[in-house]
Design a protein around this ligand. Structure first.
Ligand code: NAD
Length: 403
């Protein structure tokens, strides 16, 4: 099985075949600039000592400081972190922000740790990485299983708010950051909706993952008149072809910690959820969910990738043949890093922007990014993913150091 990093390289190479990219520039973009691995010793609540593996991959900084989240997961490995860092470089270029690509991770199941242990682990990660991160060097952010709480610990440990983004407002965070990934995804969808021929009667959505990205997307789509027919989390999914009451579902998730067993809905597996007939499928969980094994069974009209890397290149080929449009992660979820950049910019300038200011800027940035990708798609007569990667490659080539 290909790793997520193999998939990322494959996506870059496919796009490079279309565009006029210098071979040396391309070669540099296929290898991260820096990979750091640390051991993080933590004294657990019962007095025992445990050591966790921590990672930071700095893929590219031609356009600005490395930027990207930190993931806590029991399956984090260096290939995954390399892939995620690579996608960040391309995403920042698509979004048009002056940042590069990085990503971090810790091999841990955070659900097995107490808050005290998580704080020690997070502060340990920050101490171990203190020479490689910094406001002008590398600026981490939240990702799967990390949140503003972890970012506040890192900022405190490092001693400067601009070292991380996605902080709580009171610790120097930005208005609008929490909802930015889903909001940005919604603006991208809204910009392209007519070109995608998603007529009002096709506006039913299936969402995989009910965390920061998926849950807020469910609320936004629901508010804009979409019928949310299925959602899932790590324990499984629920389905109601007539539409779910998203507000009641949020209360149910908060009370029971899962979306399953929601009144009026049928429990389904994550595999079944992906294959439901719908206008829009939103993967908002993890990588490698749509693969050559299930791509032929996907019945969505359009896929909007809020997750990073949910579709493999083989699956892309099958979906393309079947006429299913895939709005790729590096465009669809770029609202998160865009508002992270706004947060960093506010911290660096000592400014505080209102939610309205942030939202106006985000809408404009996402509309421009979606239009720019569409232009490449038309120009090269290709799919959205290749078009987005071509756009990023051309922008990265412009900022490559001249030898
Ligand atoms: P999160 O931890 O808040 O939520 C993840 C959700 O996915 C949870 O509901 C979890 O239960 C669910 N999940 C985990 N495994 C699953 C499985 N096998 N099937 C179905 N659901 C599963 O994380 P998040 O921040 O929402 O991130 C989700 C995805 O979006 C990731 O790929 C992340 O890299 C990407 N993303 C997030 C941001 C951001 O700002 N949060 C930005 C860009 C991209």
């Amino acid at each position: 099985m290909n790793t997520a990093f193999d998939n990322a390289l494959n996506q870059i190479n496919r796009a490079a075949e279309l565009a006029n990219i210098d071979a040396q520039v391309l070669a540099k973009l296929l290898v991260p600039m820096n990979e750091v691995k640390i051991d993080i010793p933590v004294t657990m609540d019962d007095g025992s000592e445990k050591t966790f593996e921590g990672f930071r991959v700095q893929h590219n900084n031609w356009r600005g400081p490395f930027k990207g989240g930190i993931r806590y997961h029991q399956q984090v490995d260096i290939h995954e972190v390399k892939a995620l860092a690579t996608w960040m470089t391309f995403k920042c270029a698509v979004a048009g922000i002056p940042m590069g690509g990085g990503k971090g991770g810790v091999l841990v199941n955070p659900k097995e740790l107490s808050v005290t242990e998580l704080e020690k682990l997070t502060r340990g990660w920050a101490r171990g990485m203190k020479d490689v991160i910094g406001p002008e060097i590398d600026v981490p952010a939240p990702d799967v299983n990390t949140s503003p709480r972890e970012m506040a610990w890192i900022a405190d440990e490092f001693g400067h708010p601009a070292v991380v983004t996605g902080k709580p407002i009171e610790a120097g965070g930005s208005a609008g950051r929490g909802a930015a990934t889903a909001t940005g995804g919604y603006y991208v969808l809204d910009t392209l909706i007519d070109r995608l021929h998603l007529e009002p009667e096709m506006r039913s959505a299936v969402i995989q993952g009910f965390g920061n990205a998926g849950r807020i997307m469910a609320t936004l789509l629901h508010r804009h008149g979409w019928k949310i027919i299925a959602v899932s989390d790590s324990r499984g999914g629920i389905y109601n072809p007539l539409g779910l009451d998203v507000e009641a579902l949020e209360a149910h998730k908060d009370a029971t910690r899962t979306v399953q067993d929601f009144e009026g809905a049928e429990n389904i597996s994550n595999e079944e959820l992906l294959e439901l007939e719908c206008g829009l499928l939103v993967p908002a969980a993890l990588e490698n969910q749509i693969t050559k094994e299930n791509a032929a069974s996907i019945k969505a009209r359009v896929i909007l990738e809020l997750a990073n890397g949910p579709t493999t290149p083989e699956a892309d080929d099958i979906l393309r043949e079947r006429g299913i449009e895939v709005i790729p992660d590096i465009l669809a979820n770029s609202g998160g890093v865009t508002v992270s950049y706004y947060e960093w910019d506010q911290n660096m300038k000592g400014e505080v922007w209102t939610e309205e200011q942030v939202d106006d800027k985000l809408r404009k940035a996402m509309t421009e990014a979606a239009d720019a990708v569409w232009e490449q798609k038309e120009k090269y007569n290709t799919d959205f993913r290749r078009a987005a990667f071509v756009l990023a490659l051309e922008r990265l080539q412009e900022s490559a150091p001249k030898e």
